[in-house]
Design a protein around this ligand. Sequence first.
Ligand SMILES: [Zn+2]
Ligand SMILES: [Zn+2]
Length: 248
Amino acid sequence: MAADCRKRKVGKLAERLLDWVYPRRCAFCDGILGREEIYLCRSCQKRMPYPVGEPRCKSCGKPLADKETEYCWDCAAHEQSYDRGLGLFLYEGVMKDSLMRVKFHGRKEYGEFLGKLMVRYGGDLIRQVQPEVIIPVPIHKRKRSVRGYNQAELLADEISSGFSIPLRTDLVLRKKFTKAQKELSREDRKKNLKQAFYVDEKVRKYRKVLLVDDIYTTGSTINIIAAKLKQQGVKEVFFLTLCIGKGM
Ligand SMILES: [Zn+2]
Ligand SMILES: [Zn+2]
């Protein structure tokens, strides 16, 4: 009993020491959190944005200007390789700030909070489509070693444990671009992007895959991976991203 109590005390002390060396920070404003605050400081708790609501594109989930339209301009013009997907929040304000800090300023710890938001607000989609596996959109391994992590994987990890769906990071890999994207025409860009992903044939054991990423903008990355997954025999591909750009 006494030993247990001491262990607890040491545990608490270690926790406080850790808090002092690496203070926990608010995932929206990066301010240091008080002892009672979890993930967000008190003033940022009031700034929590609402997820994107209806009307939204039936295919990619982008917000639409009017209820009469079913698909965004992009989805109406091009057939998508994925079946359906959703981006939860608009890429602006506190969400944008938070993601930028995860990606470029080493704030890996926000990943837990942002992933939990995806569990909470993406739950309906996941329960409807019942994916057999979750695959985060990969980044190149050199980028991963500089950053220390892949932000999409941090989010996917939370979703995987939230819904007890296996996470696989070995089936879709990012290779190096053969040429810099900005030097290429639109068509060549697509070709270049296509060559940038490797999809392992072992993925064919899954019928339904959920791709997870931090943001959906033009959808070209998700589309190319979805097409490659289907080439390998996957039947349905869905996506869930934390943020999404606005539709037209
Ligand atoms: Zn804050
Ligand atoms: Zn769309």
